[in-house]
Design a protein around this ligand. Sequence first.
Ligand code: GP9
Ligand code: MN
Length: 432
Amino acid sequence: SSNGLTDVLKYTKSHYAAPDSSKYGIAKGKNIIVIHLESFQQFLINMKVDGQEVTPFLNSLENDNQQTLAFDNFFHEVGQGKTSDAENMLETSTFGLPQGSLFTQLGSDNTFQAAPAILNQQSGYTSAVFHGNVGSFWNRDHVYKNLGYQNFFDRSYFNSSDESLGYGILDKDLLKESVGNLEHLQQPFYAKFLTVTNHTPYLTDDKNFNFPSLNTGDSTVDDYVRTAHYLDESLRQFFDYLKASGIYQNSIFMIYGDHFGISDSNNKDLAKALGKDPATWSKFDDAQMQRVPLMFHIPGYTKGGIQHQYGGEIDVLPTLLHLVGVDSSKYIQFGTDLFSSQHDQTVAFRNGDFVTPNYTELSGQTYDNKTGEVVDTDKLGITSDIDKKQQQVKEALSLSDKLNQENLLRFYTPEGFSPIDPKDFDYKNLDK
Ligand code: GP9
Ligand code: MN
């Protein structure tokens, strides 16, 4: 019934964080170019192998303290839906499901109030997704229509046929071939590029992957830096095309890692390469590894710099909307603007664990972020504070699940928003 909405609205309205006026609208009217870095973790940024930077181009963006606002305490929050969970959170600011993928389970029929629709209706943005894999993967061919995406360029649109490495065509081919289509979109556009080459098991060859591997003996870990380097080169090339076409100067780039690339079971192998002792590696360390990049690169902006506030994927949509000057207050969103003074720095993992700037809570145990040790919360007098945060994390997750599982947005249409009719969109030529 629509009654469940009352609880959801009570939660989201009371957690709404008003924008910071120094950030509101700084990218108003600009094209939005979203770059989804497949399986890309924060530790790759500024990492060196044999004295060479793994991702020199991304480093140059991250460390551009004028034109880039980059986050170094930003976490992915995905569950079993992996890429699709990340996409869902970034497009809707609601969580993925406790089990499986929301895109697959509910994406064909649910009502969404998502980024492409909001940006189109409030600021006249056109929209497109570019992806070098088949359109049916993660049910995207259906979900994207419900999100309001006007165009979806999947593998069938691209001439490249080299799919021997990664998931779909190589990123360099995808990005190179996409620029022509991008140039034909009416501006301002909201365009998302889903990369795929940096995907486990990180297959490489010597022709395309010109970078030394690590030497841990775990091939997944060893080749991860090679495919990450390839992704970095792909982006440098892409930016060169965009600069030549004039699109670059008129755009804001939002770049993020969707989730971990090295799973917890392989982290001990990675430890040495990070200068850590595998013998003392713990669950706490696994949790800290869930940091992924998030950066907003705004050509011509001068007040950038590294941002240390804690946040996660759920927070991206209200942050982005405010940067382009779109009011988010009437929408049901579980995250809060990362730049707001009222931003909630408690980062929820899908299993109910969470991280705050001071503590990491895992299966009911509290770790001190400075020492990585389990603490006695009673002794520190923080038990009630931690309990309150734990309760709030559980509440947010369960209200988001209720909203999605009962398709409650069909009963809530914000003022001035027109519900999306997926029949309005037709993605021709899509591979099925
Ligand atoms: C495939 C790609 C991979 O199209 O998005 O998804 P993942 O396996 O990372 O969830
Ligand atoms: Mn992924």
